[in-house]
Design a protein around this ligand. Structure first.
Ligand SMILES: [Zn+2]
Length: 237
């Protein structure tokens, strides 16, 4: 079976994509798109659960979301770096999966790995399209068409470019997050309240920005094109 996907989410740790864009991945898979995940590290620095436990959890979570391909770059957890070697590894995985759209972490993050994963992912998406960059690594040159930065749980004053309505797949997202019995909370600051309740409340907040029950926010550096202004969604007043 080919590893080609249409939508690929790249993140530092297992469970990062479930938290930040699990609903969007499940929704795309449900719509019939082939979806993939690349986890850059094995999550061996997590306070609970070793790498093998988290590998099994990540597989279960991928199946729950309907994700067809889940690959691991095997980079050192908490020591992620944007180097020539790590870029080449991610280029290999991008050429292998050939996504049209890639979801990356936002460029500012609480965990240093998240910030590095954002920059490393972006650089690798560019380099993967250069025919003369490490020819033969992972297959033919391929540059993704679009990069989306997942904004969930960010406190920085960045307004989402758009929010994906995940109301229909919200329970699927929660089920995928529950696969991580050994979980660390990633980007989410603990407040003492139940983690799942915290995720629900945050998803409801992003949903309210598009007048829906639940949503996941994204940022893009480029401006979006609109063909027909009469078909724009989200009521203003
Ligand atoms: Zn993380």
């Amino acid at each position: 079976m080919s590893d080609h996907v249409e939508l690929l989410a790249i993140a530092a740790h297992r469970d990062d994509v479930e938290l930040t864009c699990g609903g969007t991945l499940a929704k795309a898979a449900k719509a019939g798109h082939r979806v993939g995940i690349v986890d850059l590290t094995q999550g061996e620095m997590g306070t609970r659960g070793d790498a093998a436990t988290r590998a099994a959890e990540a597989e279960r979570a991928a199946r729950t979301l309907g994700v067809a391909v889940r690959l691991n770059a095997g980079m050192p957890d908490a020591h992620l770096a944007n180097t020539a070697a790590s870029r080449q590894k991610v280029v290999e995985l991008i050429r292998r999966t050939k996504p049209r759209v890639v979801i990356l972490p936002f460029g500012v993050g609480r965990h240093p790995d998240h910030r590095v994963a954002s920059e490393l992912g972006r650089d690798a998406c560019y380099l993967a399209g250069l025919a003369k960059y490490e020819p033969g690594t992972g297959g033919e040159a391929h540059r993704p068409f679009k990069l989306l930065y997942a904004l969930a749980y960010r406190e920085d004053p960045v307004k989402p470019t758009f929010v994906v309505d995940i109301s229909d797949v919200f329970e699927t997202k929660m089920q995928a997050i529950r696969c991580y019995a050994s979980k660390a909370a990633g980007e989410i600051f603990p407040t003492g309240q139940d983690l799942y309740e915290l995720i629900r409340v945050q998803s409801a907040h992003y949903g309210s920005l598009i007048r829906r029950p639940y949503g996941e926010p994204f940022y893009t550096a480029e401006t979006h094109e609109v063909d027909d202004v009469l078909r724009l969604g989200v009521q203003s007043l």
